[in-house]
Design a protein around this ligand. Structure first.
Ligand code: AMP
Length: 415
């Protein structure tokens, strides 16, 4: 009984928020300096080269939309985790250079993200010019949402646009600080992400099936609680499943699980009985290596010394059947250790099954590992919506309001 009361506290409906958007016809950006927080947090190698430009490509619609309307663009991004100091390999220089190739126009990287020198370059810009401020996370003020730093950033523009869904769950200066000081709007990517996810949560076509995987139950408890109340089925794979099995006293061998989350997993199984679908078999290995010996065993009877590294063939069959009957599918987290080719089968089968439903069903995927598994399987672009946010997507699915979105709405309410 007590558990039920607690769960209702985790049920704040995600309102179908109407974000202030750059699509607003009354927004005149012509000749104005528009400061855009992009989500161009691309992976880079040690030499600083961009190894995957997807996040630059995803930022193009907003940039092109503003350029078409004769804005002067000042772009910002965070790249990697420099921890508040300058790390040359995490500079935006190479990002600006790739963006310049894609836009077929000059994108000038600046040496800093605040200061008089930066402002003097911006003052000399003409309509249609694009500059890129240096990595905002090179400054320690970004991560702690330092107000003075936010005001300094805001001095670089007349209008602020947040197009970084992937960072909108963070209380950082370029996300929540700047919109205190400038008229603020969402970019097209942020708007697309929020619309896709909130529509699925608010008015899912049924059956609504959620597929969760990955390593930790602790990361996904909030999601299971919120979606347990909305979804028809919650399919669970990945190492997470062993915490559920442990909670029921099953033998999980040397599989990865979270001992301190077992009782929580047990509560979730009780609360959402009949909704949570666990694997019935697993591919178990005698070592955590691709060439380990492996065998398919019942998920609840893993021999001592063996570890479950993927879901088994009967689980794949059952999961794919649920997926094939769904009208809305949300997937976050791999079914097994997909990085090791011999244990990627379950994840790839689920990826394929979900992609085949696109069109018949709304298919939404997200999370860094999920996207990289989908890319590996050659299924990029084969889903109704592929989210650019991992943590941000999970927080929306938990029913939380993202700080970046709250900041835009507050700005709108006060204008
Ligand atoms: P997460 O960041 O929680 O989404 O977890 C993703 C990671 O979970 C990936 O690196 C997977 O290799 C890992 N993972 C998935 N299934 C298992 C498993 N059965 N045992 C160990 N790790 C797993």
């Amino acid at each position: 009984m007590a558990a039920k009361t607690i769960y209702t506290l985790f049920f704040p409906a995600i309102a179908m928020v109407k974000l202030p958007s750059i699509r607003d016809k009354n927004l005149d950006v012509s000749g104005k300096v528009v400061l855009v927080r992009t989500g161009m947090d691309v992976p880079k190698d040690d030499a600083g080269n961009v190894t995957d430009d997807s996040r630059i490509v995803e930022a193009l619609p907003t940039i092109e939309c503003l350029l078409k309307r004769d804005a002067k663009l000042v772009l910002m991004a965070k790249v990697g985790r420099p921890g508040g100091k300058v790390v040359p390999s995490l500079s935006v220089k190479q990002v600006a250079s790739r963006l310049s190739e894609l836009l077929k126009k000059e994108v000038k990287p600046l040496g800093d993200c605040i200061g008089e020198e930066v402002r003097s370059v911006i003052r000399q810009m003409s309509a249609g010019d694009v500059v890129f401020l240096e990595n905002v996370l090179f400054n320690p003020g970004e991560d702690v949402n330092d107000d003075v730093f936010a005001q300094e950033l805001a001095k670089n523009g007349e209008i602020y646009v947040n197009d970084a869904f992937s960072s909108s769950h963070r209380n950082q200066a370029s996300i929540v600080g700047v919109p205190k000081y400038l008229p603020s709007y969402s970019g097209l990517l942020l708007e697309k992400e929020v619309k896709a996810l909130s529509a699925a949560l608010e008015k899912p076509r049924r059956p609504f099936v959620v597929v969760l995987g990955g390593a930790k139950v602790s990361d996904k408890i909030g999601v299971i609680r919120n979606l347990g109340l909305k979804a028809d089925k919650i399919i669970i794979g990945g190492a997470m499943m062993f915490t559920f099995y442990r909670s029921r006293g099953f033998a999980v061998g040397s599989s990865k699980f979270e001992a301190d989350k077992a009782s929580l997993a047990d509560d979730l199984l009780n609360e959402f009985e009949g909704k949570i679908v666990l694997p019935v078999d697993v591919v178990a290995a005698d070592r955590f290596e691709n060439d380990a010996n492996s065998q398919v065993v019942a998920a609840s009877e893993i021999p001592a010394g063996w570890r479950g590294l993927d879901i088994g063939p009967e689980s794949v069959r059952r999961f794919c059947k649920e997926i094939s009957e769904a009208a809305t599918i949300i997937w976050n987290g791999p079914m097994g250790v997909f990085e090791l080719g011999n244990f990627a089968g379950g994840t790839l089968a689920v990826a394929k099954a979900i992609s085949e439903m696109t069109g018949k069903a709304t298919t939404i995927i997200g999370g860094g590992d999920t996207i990289s598994a989908v890319d590996k399987a050659g299924l990029k672009g084969k889903f109704s919506h592929s989210s650019t946010g991992g943590g941000a997507m999970l927080e929306l699915l938990e029913g939380k309001e993202l700080p970046g979105i709250a900041a835009l709405l507050k700005n709108k309410a006060e204008s």
